[in-house]
Ligand binder design. Structure first.
Ligand code: G3I
Ligand code: 9MR
Ligand code: ZN
Length: 536
């Protein structure tokens, strides 16, 4: 199989632009072959040379938009053959199912039966009461999803994860009805909202009922070995409350209210109270980043710039509840500074979108200013895409821990700009980022486990390691040129930044998985529905 023809290893939609990358010297002819009949269905010539400094390679684009018939194909060029890929309507359906089922498989505190979870079935885990750090008080904070390859449960990334899932549902309302093979207690909710409720139920338990402040996380004091979750028996400790957790909680639950209201009004009221209470509590809290308290060494999700959390919460609470106070706080901040971000540490974009789409009255001038800022951001990303052989908005400095997530965030920025400006180039560019994740990348890997030909086999994920089989439907972090773990250091020293990825269990800085990388990919696939069809 070719190392030099890089394609989306799942495939393409019939009417979408279709691009692959050829890396190497010289212009050449290429052909697209129907795998069933062996017939050549398309031929062309590779595009102009583009130097990719991040990967230290020369690229040429292979464009084959003309292939619109459903089928399985390969591309031939320079005496090499690509991996097979499919062209068909809603070609990403199985990927979407696996991405969403993953959340069910990350469930904590509950037995996962074999009929649904297959080999990732497990007994109830982490279901003992947890100690509130520094006290002798123990409370029930069971439930929710394990954050990543570890079994911690952290509010900040949880809020962003459900935020992404709500964005995806907003883009594609049919997702509410999507069947990805999990049981539901209340059929009115459908599978996706039921799954989200599993997380929001847990989040509610993480709020201190008296003060309204929200605990930052619950985990053991240390990361455990590579076994199934029920085998982690150390004491659970609830780390102190944090400003970021309290506001992210307020923001994401305000979003949740809008989605639950039509199907479970009683639950929506509970979420609304919790959200408002958290927002009130945050006003009295010290504006300070979270740091692991002594003795706790699990994920920190520390963030020193905390204006965006207030920005997001104010916009989201305004959109949901319409109270003037939220609007005023948001507008004052937005008039000073407009920024962007859909990640765990930068959440400005959620705020921008909530404000613009609010059905309550907004300042029309500010709204135009925000849209102009989104347009400008997308324009700068588009510029990067055009000078990159993979058509992604990255340069050699972009490959940091979780680079796949930052790449997907850029796609969201492009998409958001498309949504408000209807400039087709933005939508097209956003979609190229999905092709990158699914195989059209310098690493020649499909970064979604269980899919593609060049698969991720050793993700940093404890249940996968325990079962000696990668759980399907997980997006790994991707190249990180910081070489933040000893395994990355060992295998990747001297590699160009775009290739600093290694499919090794111990490389947590390049090959771990997380909730918010999966939820981001859910949004990426939802983008393909734009102007298209219903999910099948
Ligand atoms: O923000 C800076 C940026 O300004 C700078 O240019 C760049 C250069 O390296 O670094 C950026 O910071 C990085 C940051 O991620 C960006 O998000 C840090 O170096 C990097 O250490 C940090 O990594 C985070 C990692 O935890 C370590 O704290 C990841 O984002 C975050 O996803 C990851 O989360 C872990 C949890 O703690 C535990 N559970 C697993 C999860 C995934 O690995
Ligand atoms: O498994 C842990 C992973 O979830 C974290 O993202 C990562 C960084 O905090 O740490 C991993 O745990 C490693 C620990 O940091 C160092 N000792 C080896 C652990 C497993 O690789
Ligand atoms: Zn658990």
């Amino acid at each position: 199989m070719s190392q030099n023809i890089l394609v989306n290893e799942i495939g393409y939609l019939p009417m979408d632009p279709k691009r692959a990358v050829y890396r190497g010297e010289g212009t050449m002819e290429f052909s697209v072959i129907d795998r069933k009949t062996g017939e050549k269905v398309y031929e062309g010539v590779t595009g102009r040379e583009i130097i990719c400094s991040a990967a230290e390679e020369k690229n040429r684009i292979i464009s084959f938009d003309g292939v619109v018939e459903e089928g399985e194909y390969i591309i031939k060029a320079g005496g090499e053959e690509s991996v097979p890929f499919v062209i068909k309507e809603w070609v990403y359906s199985d990927a979407m199912k696996a991405l969403l089922k993953f959340f069910y498989l990350q469930r904590c505190g509950q037995k996962l039966p074999e009929e649904i979870a297959g080999e990732f079935a497990h007994e109830p885990c982490h279901d003992t009461n947890a100690r509130i750090y520094g006290t002798d008080r123990f409370i029930d904070v069971s439930g929710g999803w394990h954050d990543a390859g570890d079994f911690g449960r952290y509010i900040v990334p949880a809020a962003v994860t459900i935020g992404h899932l709500f964005l995806a549902m907003e883009l594609d309302p049919n997702l509410i009805k999507f069947d990805f093979g999990i049981p539901v207690e209340n059929p009115d909710l459908g599978q996706l909202l039921s799954e989200i409720k599993y997380e929001t139920d847990w989040m509610l338990k993480m709020q201190d009922t008296e003060s309204g402040e929200v605990y930052h996380k619950v985990s053991c004091t240390h990361f455990c070995d590579f076994f199934m979750p029920e085998e982690e028996k150390d004491e659970l400790v609830i780390s102190p409350v944090s400003y970021a957790a309290t506001l992210d909680f307020a923001a994401s639950l305000a979003m949740a209210v809008r989605f639950f209201k039509p199907v479970d009004a009683e639950y929506a009221d509970i979420l609304a109270d919790a959200s408002k209470k958290a927002y009130e509590a945050a006003k009295k809290m010290e504006v300070k980043g979270f740091h692991n308290p002594e003795g706790i060494v699990t994920g920190e999700y520390g963030d020193e710039s905390l204006e965006d959390e207030l920005y997001w919460a104010s916009a989201e609470l305004y959109r949901t509840f319409g109270e003037e106070e939220y609007r005023k706080t948001f507008e004052e901040m937005a008039y000073k500074h407009i920024s962007h971000g859909y990640g765990w540490e930068d959440v400005y974009s959620f705020g921008n979108v909530a404000y613009i789409l609010s059905e309550f009255p907004v300042d029309e001038t500010l709204k135009s200013i925000i849209i102009a800022a989104i347009d400008a951001k997308a324009d700068s990303l588009l510029y990067l895409c055009k000078s990159n052989g993979y058509n992604i908005s990255f340069n050699e400095k972009s490959f940091i821990w979780g680079s796949n997530m930052y790449l997907m965030q850029n796609a969201f920025h492009l998409y958001t700009a498309y949504f408000f400006t209807k400039k087709d180039d933005y939508l097209e560019a956003a979609k190229e980022h999905t092709h990158y994740i699914l195989g059209k990348n310098p690493c020649n890997v499909c970064f979604l486990t269980g899919f593609g030909t060049n698969r991720v086999l050793n993700p940093h994920h404890r249940p996968s390691a325990a079962k000696k089989k990668p759980m399907p439907g997980m997006v790994v972090g991707g190249p990180d040129s910081g070489l933040h773990d000893p395994t990355a250091e060992k295998y990747l020293k001297g590699q160009p930044s775009a290739k600093c990825y290694v499919d090794e269990l111990l490389s947590y800085s390049t090959n771990e998985i997380t909730l918010y990388w999966n939820s981001a990919m859910v949004v990426m696939l939802a983008l393909f529905v734009e102007g298209y069809r219903e999910l099948k």
